[in-house]
Design a protein around this ligand. Sequence first.
Ligand code: ADP
Length: 376
Amino acid sequence: MSVVDLKSGRRASKLPVEIRRYSAFFEQSSLPMEIFAMNGDCIAVNRAWIEVFAALETDYSRYNLFQDQQLVEIGMIPYLRRAYKGEALSVPPVYYDPSASGKEGRARWLECHLFPIRNEKNRVCALAMILVDVSEKKMAEMMNLQAIRVRDEFISIAAHEIKTPLCPMKLQIEVLLKMFQTGEPLDRDRIYRILQAVHRQTQVMTSLIDNFLDVSRLNTGSLELKIEFVPVLKLIMDVCDRYALHSVFTIFSSECHQKLIGAWDRLRIEQVLVNLLSNAVKYAPGSPIRVEVRIVKDEIIIAVVDQGPGISKENISRIFERYARADENNMATGLGLGLYIAKQIVEAHHGALWAESEVGKGSTFYVKLPLFIPEV
Ligand code: ADP
């Protein structure tokens, strides 16, 4: 008898003659198969079944379909009943964990095909079950759904972020148009102020779109650095000067001197510092912001210190991930891309970017970058 006998062999005698007749087929089939008696007792499993489900150690002779509570929970019983009544059918994939039913083996997604076996009188005398492991396919589907959800969420946030500068821009342009349409005397100062505001909004939009482009470059690994020799202190002072209106104080340690050089992509490192300072202004409005610069061996450490709301422990490692925002600070809008991009830029320079913070006690963001030390 080539159908694998169950361990005890106790139920081998229950194998209907129809199955014995097709035993070679069961045995050689590459599809895992189980045969059940009319009362739900498992009476045979084939070799493929044992290989796939690696369940040699389990005594299936004691397994009964209708006593498996898990099958009730996953809704299999109605399908089994229909199959026992003579219908061949396929059950949509179910998640089955053998250990929850006292068996060996790991949990997986299974597609289950049921075939009634009929005797000479055309009466159903047993049930064949073919199981197909579809865990990988199911996982891919789930990842795809997750990716679609993330994409949809991103589109909705991105649309909101783009609309934020677009709405005031539209209003201001409408004011200008009206001025020209009504033929009212043109007030140069007013027009200049409106144009300045429109210009500011276009800058916001440009930087948003630059962020999108950077993320897509990072995804495709095509973010290229244009390395040049950069006067380090000048670069830091230039960026800090742009934030002079926001109480930014810069403190240089005594080792800092004008001749410090970095072999950096100047615009990209500027982008990193601008991001940290803009975040400090955005999330710690009104608080003094300190930029502390010190040299440790052949590296420079720039710390941007604010006295804002701070960031919790759980969020501090997350905020450098793509689209990550700390929930305690979401009163300000943002896409959660700035720090992700900044970290990638700093790491591409063989440096490091990290943060220390405590809720209610402000945050400090550190950028560590290698300096260029000429050989003497
Ligand atoms: P965005 O500001 O567009 O959300 P970022 O990547 O620049 O994106 O920042 C990620 C998150 O980190 C922010 O949403 C905010 O929750 C938090 N964060 C960044 N800087 C600070 C800061 N200085 N103080 C408090 N929270 C901050």
